[in-house]
Ligand binder design. Structure first.
Ligand code: FES
Length: 269
């Protein structure tokens, strides 16, 4: 049965972080939005506010978005102090106006972390994640065509775990939620989804060392087991993957110390 659309409307005040550019001072500015359909998404609410601002000759609020359906990881809002807003397991674009009370004052900020500098208003530069990914988040062995992959038996438990890790959309909410701005959940997801597959074994050690060391070099902090990362993750990626990452990293570190560099590409069990 299809649920009927609600005609209920509410009014809210958005308290939005406005910042003209990188290294510019920023401040919160209030915008009141009236007559909002409660089935509107949070990004549509920003669209409505931007229409009003533009009509009045102002500069619209800059915010990042692409798919608007929880796939791309582009939307990156801290809503009322929480990356992606009040609900677990959803991105900002999947948060709806019905989550807020009539008359609510809602604070909207960009992700805050030194490796994610603010570009403008609510947009941050998350190219640091691309650099981590480029350091080792790939496989370069020939995997053949689809029938070859199907012939390569993978234990069901490993396949399901790999799929759980591959759900990471690289949004950066884990970093924004962590008091240390640690990228460990992101790195753990990327390392694990390849490391659990047979195709990921030849470069497993090289991959984990390169990705963790790149994250360190880029200024992301260490994990101190607060687990705010997995609580904020829109894909509910478990912090158990961080334990798996640590095991991989320690094993790879030992093996690299006792193996000639040219032979150091394999991985442990
Ligand atoms: S806009 Fe793509 S995940 Fe939100």
């Amino acid at each position: 049965m299809v649920a009927e659309a609600s005609n209920k409307t509410i009014s809210v005040t958005l308290r939005v972080w406005r910042q003209a550019g990188p290294n510019q001072p920023g401040s919160f500015v209030d915008y009141t939005a009236k007559g909002l359909n409660t089935n509107m998404s949070f990004l549509e609410l920003l669209d409505v506010v931007n229409d009003d601002i533009t009509r009045q000759g102002g500069e619209p609020i800059a915010f990042a978005h692409d798919c608007r359906e929880g796939i791309c990881g582009t939307c990156s809002l801290v809503i009322d102090g929480k990356p992606h807003g009040p609900h677990r397991g959803v991105a900002s674009c999947q948060t709806y106006v019905r989550s807020f009370a009539d008359g609510a004052v809602i604070t909207v900020e960009p992700f805050r972390a030194r490796p994610f500098p603010v570009v403008k208003d609510l947009i941050t530069d998350r190219a640091a994640f691309d650099k981590i990914q480029q350091a080792g988040g790939y496989i370069s062995v020939r995997t053949g065509a689809a029938p070859d992959a199907n012939a390569n038996a993978v234990p069901k438990e490993d396949a399901e775990l790999a799929m759980d890790a591959a759900a990471c959309i690289g949004c950066g909410a884990c970093v924004a939620a962590c008091k240390n701005a640690s990228a460990m959940l992101f790195v753990a997801a990327k390392v694990s989804h390849l490391g659990l597959m047979p195709q990921g074994q030849p470069e497993r050690d090289k991959r984990v060392l390169a990705m963790v060391n790149t994250a360190d070099d880029l200024g992301f902090g260490s994990c101190t087991n607060q687990y705010e990362c997995s609580a904020a993750c829109p894909k509910l990626i478990s912090h158990d993957f961080i334990a798996r990452l640590n095991r991989d990293y320690i094993g790879a570190t030992f093996r690299s110390a006792f193996t000639p560099a040219s032979a150091n590409t394999g991985g442990g069990a």
